[in-house]
Design a protein around this ligand. Structure first.
Ligand SMILES: [Zn+2]
Length: 68
């Protein structure tokens, strides 16, 4: 996995965990993706060790299988 630096601090962000975010009625979250996702969004969550900012990245099916 390539390094991702915090946009605020510029320090490398740490991988926290992968999570599936249930979409049931959660149209406030990325509503444009509702029609192509079936029930949940597989995401990778990173945290900045300095300012504790969280970053979410959407995983493809291929990436999700690799990380689980
Ligand atoms: Zn930071």
């Amino acid at each position: 996995m390539k390094k991702i630096n915090c946009l605020r601090c510029g320090v490398p962000m740490k991988h926290l965990f992968n999570q599936r975010i249930q979409l049931g009625g959660a149209s406030w979250l990325l509503p444009d993706l509702n029609n192509i996702m079936s029930g949940y969004l597989p995401v990778m969550i990173l945290v900045c060790p300095k300012c504790r900012k969280l970053e979410f990245f959407l995983l493809s099916e291929k990436q999700r299988n690799k990380h689980e």
